[in-house]
Design a protein around this ligand. Structure first.
Ligand code: IPE
Ligand code: IPE
Ligand code: MG
Length: 252
């Protein structure tokens, strides 16, 4: 098994065409099934899953990851039972309250992507505060997707683009994020990891994953360790990204 140390002794992971540091996106799936398999209630799976986040975030900068986007709550997740939604929102609120000092200390800049108009006012206040006080973080840009739907983001960006005089790909990409920083774009994803065994995107970063390498693992999110994270990056390193070009070893 690849260890973090082993991975780091390999050549540095290289990112997309423009960025040296990687953008890794993570669909943290499998909390409910993890709990059910152990005869526990689903909320206990979410609890266990939440405590995994810190370990993965802490491992990211050493793996040459510049941006880490975590899928925490999809717009379709509102369709879950009320008590589960409330529990997930409570966990998110606790994260915003308890992890901010650590983010500042570790140079992590936190942004929340997704709709805000359906979140509770106290959560919106915490988001705004967290984004403001972590804005100078240089070691990692941690983006957490909450009430996020990629189709919805694309639609909103298209609406905003129609009011612009400069209709370009770059301008569209700048409009794809609803960040408080209007100049910030939503970068292309280099590697998308989904835990929990499903092989689908579930409306996550559809535009940004145009050339992403996809990695699906059966490991349920509450069991996903930094070693599993390293393995995913080791697998990514072996892939040859072509962006439409021919293989490097092709005879022409
Ligand atoms: C992911 O785990 C967490 C959220 C979607 C919020 P799930 O709750 O989807 O877990 P499974 O897929 O039912 O096991
Ligand atoms: C995607 O997982 C959303 C998050 C992990 C936050 P889901 O469990 O909601 O996705 P589906 O319903 O299986 O596609
Ligand atoms: Mg799921």
């Amino acid at each position: 098994m690849l260890t973090q140390k082993g991975i780091m002794s390999m050549t540095k992971f290289s990112g997309s065409q423009t960025e040296d540091k990687l953008h890794v996106a993570l669909i943290m799936d499998g909390n409910g099934r993890w709990a059910t398999r152990q005869g526990k209630a689903r909320f206990q799976g979410h609890q266990a899953g939440a405590s995994r986040v810190r370990e993965i975030v802490e491992a990211a900068p050493d793996l040459n990851i510049g941006t880490l986007t975590l899928f925490a709550f999809s717009s379709d997740n509102w369709r879950r039972p009320r008590y589960e939604v409330d529990f997930l929102m409570g966990l998110f609120q606790s994260y915003l309250k308890n992890e901010i000092e650590k983010c500042i200390k570790n140079g992590i800049r936190l942004s929340i992507i997704g709709r805000r108009d359906r979140l509770q006012p106290q959560i919106i206040d915490l988001i705004e505060h967290a984004e403001e006080v972590t804005a100078a973080g240089q070691n990692l840009h941690l983006r957490v997707a909450v009430d996020y739907s990629s189709k919805e983001m694309i639609l909103q960006a298209a609406k905003r683009l129609s009011q612009e005089s400069n209709i370009s790909m770059e301008n569209f990409e700048n409009l794809l994020t609803n960040s408080i920083y209007p100049w910030e774009s939503s970068p292309d994803v280099d590697l998308l990891i989904r835990t929990g065994g499903e092989k689908r995107l579930s409306d996550f970063l559809l535009w940004e994953c145009a050339y992403a390498e996809l990695y699906f693992t059966p490991v349920m999110w509450p069991d996903f360790s930094s070693e599993n994270f390293c393995e995913a990056l080791g697998d990514f390193q072996k892939r040859e990204r072509r962006f439409g070009q021919i293989p490097q070893n092709a005879v022409v």
